[in-house]
Design a protein around this ligand. Structure first.
Ligand SMILES: NC(=O)C1=CN([C@@H]2O[C@H](COP(=O)(O)OP(=O)(O)OC[C@H]3O[C@@H](n4cnc5c(N)ncnc54)[C@H](OP(=O)(O)O)[C@@H]3O)[C@@H](O)[C@H]2O)C=CC1
Ligand SMILES: CC[C@](O)(C(C)=O)C(=O)O
Ligand SMILES: [Mg+2]
Ligand SMILES: [Mg+2]
Length: 337
């Protein structure tokens, strides 16, 4: 592999065990990091605003909960796991006043550092530990004695051992059991945004909706179109997840495979690839970040409109009826700890 990968034996838990970590935010990632850090012998304090609905959840787990400013003040390492759009104001109001030489500022995603929205002082370590999976999986794997691979990066090495400290943190949440890959804030941020926009979320959702529209507009039953364009996608993606595209092609019929090989490149053609390059260009130039920050500051009018349009798409009504027939689907996502 061309990347550097680090495992448990490369990381020294002792670097973090004697120190206090403030986990700011207790959502998907925050709860997983906090509980696993605590179970790894790290002193953890949670930072949440007074009215946060996450407070009772953290307190039920026996965690010490303070305001973000109080938590930042008492911690040596401050991990920001609040929503990306909340981080700039949170940093300015509650974290920056409590930073001092020798402290470390950690992130779970590089957005605010990559786009200069947060500019920490030169005498603190700035690092990232970004698990490559949702927080509930991160916690479940840790509890099962396993781990989710993490991307680890250092933006600023004031102490001379910021990477060692980040690896110790990664070990404490189980990441080095699976492997920690060294990257940069720039690489993590740009690839994460590209993946979610062009392929995983934006690309996949538009592909599913468009396929459903083509079938239903041609007169096919929405229920049948739903199965073909959305429901079965999970079966196909699970095969890819387990063994790559090759395994998926091994498992499907020859008829499906011939259709895949001959028609797939006609759907996702060179023009789509060119538009993907444009989207990557907007991410790299900062255009997307500026647009998203402005949208957020304006109260998210387009976000709300597009979200409502998506929720009103006919595929949602069809899906909600069909999922009612499948007792194993629609299970709420519950925390395992
Ligand atoms: N979700 C994921 O799987 C992944 C997320 N990340 C990154 O992790 C970070 C956190 O994301 P995620 O866990 O999804 O976030 P969530 O939306 O799940 O949780 C956010 C948490 O932050 C709290 N919060 C909201 N505003 C503030 C504030 N001003 N100060 C302090 N806490 C606040 C929320 O409290 P309340 O409940 O009251 O709203 C909630 O507890 C982001 O940088 C994200 O990009 C990285 C990898 C994967
Ligand atoms: C794919 C979406 C993601 O990037 C993630 C869970 O990794 C996110 O920002 O939520
Ligand atoms: Mg991601
Ligand atoms: Mg993301």
């Amino acid at each position: 592999m061309s990347v550097e990968v680090f495992y448990d034996d490369d990381a020294d838990l002792g670097l973090i065990q004697g120190r206090t970590v403030a986990v700011i935010g207790y959502g998907s990632q925050g709860h997983a990091h906090a509980l696993s850090l605590r179970d790894s012998g790290v002193d953890v304090v949670i930072g949440l605003p007074a009215g946060s609905k996450s407070r009772p959840k953290a307190e039920e787990q026996g965690l010490r909960v303070r305001t973000p400013g109080e938590a930042a003040a008492e911690a040596d390492i401050i991990m920001i796991l609040a929503p990306d759009t909340a981080q700039r104001a949170l940093y300015t109001e509650s974290i920056a006043p409590h930073l001092a030489a020798g402290k470390a500022l950690f992130f779970g995603h590089g957005f605010n550092i990559r786009y200069g929205l947060i500019q920490p002082p030169a005498d603190v370590d700035v690092a990232m530990v970004a698990p490559k999976g949702p927080g509930h999986l991160v916690r479940r794997q840790y509890v099962d004695g396993k781990g989710v691979p993490c991307l680890v990066a250092v933006e600023q090495d004031a102490s001379g051992n910021a990477f060692g400290l980040a690896l110790a943190y990664t070990k404490a949440i189980g990441g080095t059991r699976a492997g920690a890959i060294r990257t940069t804030f720039t690489e993590e941020t740009e690839t994460d945004l590209f993946g979610e926009q062009a392929v995983l979320c934006g690309g996949a959702a538009a592909l599913v909706q468009t396929g459903f529209e083509v079938l239903t507009e041609a007169g096919y039953a929405p229920e049948v179109a739903y199965f073909e364009c959305l429901h079965e996608l999970k079966l196909i993606v699970d095969l890819m997840y387990e063994g790559g595209i090759a395994r998926m092609r091994y498992s499907i019929s020859d008829t499906a495979e011939y259709g895949d090989l001959s028609r797939g490149p006609r759907v996702i053609d060179s023009q789509v690839k060119e538009r993907m390059r444009t989207i990557l260009g907007e991410i790299r130039s900062g255009e997307f970040a500026r647009e998203w920050v402005a949208e957020d500051e304006a109260g998210r009018p387009n976000f709300a409109k597009w979200r409502a349009e998506g929720a009103a798409h006919p595929i949602e009504e069809t899906g909600s009826k069909l999922r009612g027939m499948m007792s194993w689907v629609d299970r709420p996502i519950t925390e395992t700890a």
